[in-house]
Structure formats: C-alpha cells, structure tokens
Design a protein around this ligand. Sequence first.
Ligand code: S3P
Length: 430
Amino acid sequence: MISSPSAGLKGTFRVPGDKSISHRSIMLGSLANGITEVSGFLEADDALATLSAFEQMGVKIERIETGKLRIHGVGLHGLKAPQNTLDVGNSGTSMRLLSGILAGQQFDSVLTGDRSLTKRPMRRVLDPLSLMGANVESTALGTSPLKIKGKTELTGIHYEMPMGSAQVKSCLMLAGLYAAGTTTIEEPAVTRDHTERMLRGFGYPVSTNKNVVSLEGGGALTATSIDVPGDISSAAFFMVAALITPNSEITLEHIGINPTRTGIIDILLKMGADIYLDNERLVGGEKVADIHVKSSQLIGIQVPEDLVALAIDEFPVIFIAAAYAKGTTVVTGAEELRVKESDRIQAMVDGLQSLGVNIEGTSDGAVIKGGLVQPGSIESFDDHRIAMAFAVAGLNAEGTVTVNNCENVSTSFPGFVELATDCGFKLKAQ
Ligand code: S3P
C-alpha cells in the first residue's frame, strides 16, 4: 500500500464485523442445539477459517448473503471427525479456542496454520488443557501443528493464568463445557469477555466476579440469533486517521463498545482526542455506539497499564498516534505485543525509525517522542495491523509512506483500501 498525505477525512462509515465475536458465533452456533442466525459476520480470512473448520466437522452453515449466516447447530456432542488436518491460516483465535473444543471430542484431530501462526506460543493453552486431562501434543518448541487426542476425560480445574489472554481464557471455558465439575479461570487482568457474554446468550450459565470466571461442564447450548457489531479494532485505524489528519471529521457507526475493548478510546481521550460517542444501545448482549472523531493535536502520555489488555490489538495504531503527538508517550506492561501475528513492538520500532521517528523499544513497550513523520518504506512482517497502522501513518507525513507485504490485511479487514479511500485517505494498493 502507498499512503500519501490527505487533505482531510470526512463522512459516516461502517467498518466490518467484530472478529472476536464472529469467531465465537460460529463456534457456539455449531455447538448449540437448533439453528443460529448470524448477521454482520466478518467475511475475512480469519473468521472464515473458523467457519471452514466447523464445516469440515460436519456442521451445515448456509451463507444467506454477505455477513448473514444460518448455522445448523449439532449440539455439544454432534461434531464429526474432520477428514484432514484443520488449517486455520493466520488465525490465533481459531487455533487456541478450537484446541479447547477439540480436546473434548470423541475423535482425534490436528490443527495447523501459516508461517506466522506456526511460530506462535501454544503452551499457554496446552499446559492448562493437560491439567484438565487433555492429550495435546505440540512441536518441541511448543508450537503447532497440534495433535489432539479424542476420547479423553476432562476434569474442571482452578487455573491462575500467567498472562492476560482472552484466547487462553476462552479455550479453557470451551474445554470446561466438556469437563466434569467446575472450571474456574483467574486472569491477572480483565480481558475481552465475549465468550462469557455469548455463552449466556446461548443459555449457558457462566459466573464472573471481576477477573474470575467459572462454569460447570455438562450443560447444553440453545440456538439464538447474533448481530455482530462493527469491530472497534478496525474502527481504531479510522479514529487515529481522523485525529492526525487536519480538517477531518468522521462518524463510525454501529461499533461494538464492550467495556473490555474500549481501552483505545480511553487512551486517545487521555492524549487529548476530540472523540465522543452517541446512540449507545445494547445489541444481543453487547454495547454498540456511533463514534464521532475530529482532528486534534494529540499529546504524549504514559499509557496506564490497566488499559493495556483493553486495547491490546490497537497498539500498532496507538504508536502512530504517539508519533504525531506533542511530547513523549511511554508504553509499559505490553509484553504480549511480542507474540502477536508479528513481534509488534519490534515491527513498530523498525517501521517508525525508518520514518525518522524517535522511538525506542523496551522489553514490554516503547518510548515514542512525537515529531515529524518522514517519507519512507516499511515492512509489515505479514501482520495485518502493522500494515494498516502504517497506511494511517502516511496521512500527515512529509511525503509518501510505502507499506510492503499487505496481503494479510484481508485476515481482519476486507475492503480496507476501498473504505479508507472513500473516507479521504490517499491510499493505493499495488
Ligand atoms: C482475541 C484475543 C486477543 C487478541 C486477538 C483476539 C480473542 O489475543 O489479540 O486478536 O478473540 O479472544 P490474546 O488472547 O492472545 O491476548
């Protein structure tokens, strides 16, 4: 993608559906009894990888129109053995959540992914799954392919998670559906709670108390309908874009504002952003709002550590906001960024340094001094969010920013270039 300075962003837009909720709608819809209708589903590679995995396990999923699905649930015990290895591409959410479901099945299965996903750490799910009695094998490095043996008896555990991760928490909750007794998970910091909310939406009791979640195995899910809101993680690119580009005023409609996801708004408000929300409403157990954003002179801040887990996917674009801010922004407590689709601290440090920005990486974050952003060419490391963040960086730079290897933008944001162009980005895909 080649991103050039823009004269301003204007208009009212919708971004594609929430990725986390889309994955879970397929998983829980497939495991429910009855037909689940989904609208607003994210038709992007990651969520489609989950969809394909369940089709390969015998679930009928009708594609009614774009974003509209009808899932013929097979019940918790109705999945069939897949004929082949389940390849979930770039999608960490598919692999980690599916490993919890597959550990509870009567058949063996193998999960694999692309060159990024097969490097990502899987012991974080395998260790607690083994404590529950699951039989899952990884490579010697603790990476996929994962070989999951069926016909194992799972037992509920009380697990204190060493890191804040909604994927690990969700994996264990899903395994907990198949386990005898109670599965309790204690998180070091609250992470996104879409699994908890959606399980309740399917009539499955889940109890939560701050950072502790627990459920009993052996229940059943009852089909429901799901309206997936716009993904706040995708909206974040447009929020920062409008803030750093003079003469901008945009509205992002129907965005999910689940309180475990709104760290980006709190961080940008602390940086002096002109953002306000209206038309707040509840859609299928998830809060939704329209987000209005105007150009603003941002200021550097120390990002509060308690907001890190609530904005974990937004740091690439928060680093861009910091590069345009007056003063210094300090990010700490964000070591999880090093094990995302790429090492996002290193990817942002490399990219911003090549655009002349004064940034220093630390083990768990970075120190970014705002200033002029020079033209240059950067590497996305095949990471969708790094690519989109640098497309935003070009909007008010001293020249053109070229972003290499952007194919993976389609894993979370199909139509990004088109929507960005409609909004006023000067963005070309090559
Ligand atoms: C996700 C959880 C987060 C996030 C990912 C989606 C989820 O990962 O980065 O994009 O849907 O549960 P971690 O659990 O690794 O923090």
